[in-house]
Design a protein around this ligand. Structure first.
Ligand code: FXY
Ligand code: ZN
Length: 375
């Protein structure tokens, strides 16, 4: 077969921190060994796409193409790729699974050593970019960069989908929704009758809620400063709400009071180090666990008194809810196809790709859970 050529297509290029993205013609190089080039079909905006674009407390890497929750169709494959071919439907993931490293071999971890979160804006394999404009490199985002008509990703950073899976619906399984379910099921292992507190009722928080509900949690307490989130939370199983602005006491005091001594599980789904401490302080002694999920913006270091930890609490963090992406995410896709989990309900907005800045705005205003960009 003819070897793949460079493609020129449209992509949303972020030129600097917080600057509106512009749709530019970019050159996308052919996939290198073990990589695939994908025609993006649908991509959703995640809070991390905004956090890293704003770059507060993070190293700014620009010009850059963001986006990591996406579905698409393989356009061409690089040398050595045997398990994917042109035309395959795929879900992209920012955390690959090589199946060979210490982490992939352990049943305790999804932090693949070779294909973990790529933080330099480059491709894992050769630390170069596949995007350019007139020869000038455009950086990647976590090895995915789905805010483009075509992108190149490592073949072990995609989950193969059966052709009957609706591509326009399930991009959220690439990050937010999978993360929330995994945090509840795999990381906390929420049990029947337990009390759960969720800080931040975005898509991740509400996926934790659904996960906890399916496990039979009896109280699912949502915490958010945006009261609009409360009504929608009920759809996903939230049973009680706390708006910190309605109380004089700190939230951990409110939680302690209504749960008589603290919750079994607390989840931080915002990305705020003070709130991470609040989550730990809202747990009960003995077995209470705080699960950190949000990617912080601004202050990066968290501090807490040692006491609660000595008293038996656990502080845990997770990327992607602990799922081993290629081997375990297909289970969630199947559950969706069998209608055992709700996913469509997380998509509150849909826009043409060209309106990406409007999508960012909707997310920032807290008006939407997920906005699908149709590429
Ligand atoms: O949205 C979920 N995960 C992010 C893609 C991880 C971002 C971590 C930032 C470090 C470069
Ligand atoms: Zn994400």
């Amino acid at each position: 077969p003819l070897s793949p050529q460079t493609i020129t297509c449209k992509a949303a290029v972020a030129w600097g921190p917080g600057e509106p993205m512009s749709i530019e013609e970019v050159q996308v190089a052919p996939p290198q060994p073990m990589e695939v080039r994908i025609k993006v079909v649908a991509t959703t905006i995640c809070r991390s796409d905004i956090t890293l674009w704003e770059s507060r407390g993070h190293i700014p890497i620009f010009p850059r193409i963001f986006g990591h929750e996406a579905t698409g169709i393989v356009e061409s494959v690089g040398e050595g790729v045997t398990d994917l071919r042109e035309g395959d439907h795929v879900l992209t993931v920012f955390q690959g699974e090589c199946k060979k490293c210490r982490h992939c071999k352990s049943d305790k971890s999804n932090a693949c050593e070779t294909l973990g979160v790529e933080g330099n804006g480059l491709m894992h394999s050769d630390q170069k970019t596949r995007f350019s404009i007139n020869g000038k490199p455009i950086y990647h985002f976590v090895g995915v960069s789905s805010f483009s008509e075509y992108t190149v990703v490592h073949s072990e950073c995609v989950v193969k989908l059966s052709p009957d899976v609706p591509l326009g619906k399930i991009s959220v399984l690439g990050c937010s929704v999978a993360t929330g379910f995994g945090a509840a099921w795999k990381i906390a292992n929420v049990g029947k009758g337990s009390t759960v507190v969720i800080f931040g009722l975005g898509a991740v928080g509400l996926a934790v809620a659904q996960g906890a509900k399916l496990r039979g949690a009896s109280r699912i307490i949502g915490v958010d400063i945006n009261p609009d989130k409360f009504e929608r939370g009920k759809i996903f199983g939230v049973t009680e709400f706390i708006n910190p602005n309605d109380y004089k006491q700190p939230t951990q005091e409110v939680v302690k009071e209504i749960t008589t001594g603290g919750a079994d599980y607390c989840f931080e789904c915002v990305g705020n180090v003070e709130l991470m401490r609040t989550a730990l302080e809202s747990c009960c002694d003995g077995w209470g666990m705080a699960v950190l999920i949000g990617v912080p913006s601004g202050k990066m270091e968290l501090s807490a008194h040692y006491g609660p930890l000595l008293n038996g609490r656990t502080l845990k963090g997770t990327l992607l809810g602990g799922w081993k992406t290629r081997s375990e995410l297909p289970t969630l896709v199947e559950m969706y196809m069998k209608k055992e989990i709700q996913i469509d309900e997380y998509v509150t907005h849909e826009l043409p790709f060209a309106d990406i800045n409007k999508g960012y705005q909707l997310m920032k205003e807290g008006k939407c859970l997920r906005c699908v960009l149709h590429v």
